[in-house]
Design a protein around this ligand. Structure first.
Ligand SMILES: CC(C)(COP(=O)(O)OP(=O)(O)OC[C@H]1O[C@@H](n2cnc3c(N)ncnc32)[C@H](O)[C@@H]1OP(=O)(O)O)[C@@H](O)C(=O)NCCC(=O)NCCS
Length: 178
């Protein structure tokens, strides 16, 4: 790691540990109002510290606005062990199943669950007549990149160009009859 990157890493670590991030960095304007004059307030919080009603509201709004569909895997005991939230959507004239996030419980990783989830979604994509499967992955998430590459995803034509300062890649896999 370069010296510059090491310095940046320290900044990131410190920021992640800081309580009251907005206040201590003096980022909250004295007055915040909507364009039609309603006063606003704001705060940041770790997800785990959010009041439960706010956490619930965040998810409700997110799901409503994103029109997400969840696929959940359960183990034999009925515990939830992995999920993917995805969308059936149009992307640049292509009909796609877009995987927004896939998460596997730590002790279940590298046991084929992620592959199973994406297989089910690919089967669905075939049945629905979709053109491709898509996912956006942060460049630094090497494990996730490896995963998607292993199951046949490649960089999509719409992925930002190498020259552009990009921290994510758009990956896709053409859907073929299984
Ligand atoms: C990335 C993730 C979804 C993969 O799911 P998984 O169930 O662990 O993956 P699988 O067991 O189906 O792995 C299939 C292949 O992908 C690759 N792969 C999966 N996890 C990997 C890892 N941590 N490092 C390197 N390669 C990995 C391997 O080639 C693997 O095949 P192998 O085990 O035979 O070598 C899962 O590890 C996860 O939830 N990670 C944390 C959250 C995350 O990064 N999610 C993606 C954000 S969109």
């Amino acid at each position: 790691m370069s010296a510059a990157a090491a310095t940046k890493k320290k900044i990131v670590k410190k920021a992640v540990r800081t309580k009251d991030l907005l206040e201590s960095n003096n980022c909250i304007p004295e007055a915040m109002i909507t364009l039609d004059g309603d006063p606003l307030t704001c705060y940041t919080s770790w997800a785990t510290n959010l009041p439960s009603e706010t956490f619930e509201w965040v998810w409700t709004l997110f799901e409503k606005n994103m029109r997400l569909i969840f696929l959940i895997l359960k183990n034999a005991a009925g515990d939830d062990v992995a999920y993917c939230h995805y969308r059936i959507d149009m992307d640049h004239d292509y009909a796609v199943i877009y995987c927004y996030e896939i998460q596997v419980e730590t002790e279940y990783q590298r046991k084929g669950l992620g592959s199973i989830i994406m297989n089910v979604l690919e089967k669905l994509a075939v049945k629905l007549g979709m053109d491709k499967m898509m996912a956006t992955v942060f460049k630094y998430n090497i494990r996730s990149l490896n995963f998607f590459r292993k199951i046949g995803f490649e960089e999509d034509e719409t992925s930002p160009m190498e020259e552009a300062e990009r921290d994510y890649l758009i990956l896709s896999k053409e859907v073929s009859v299984l």
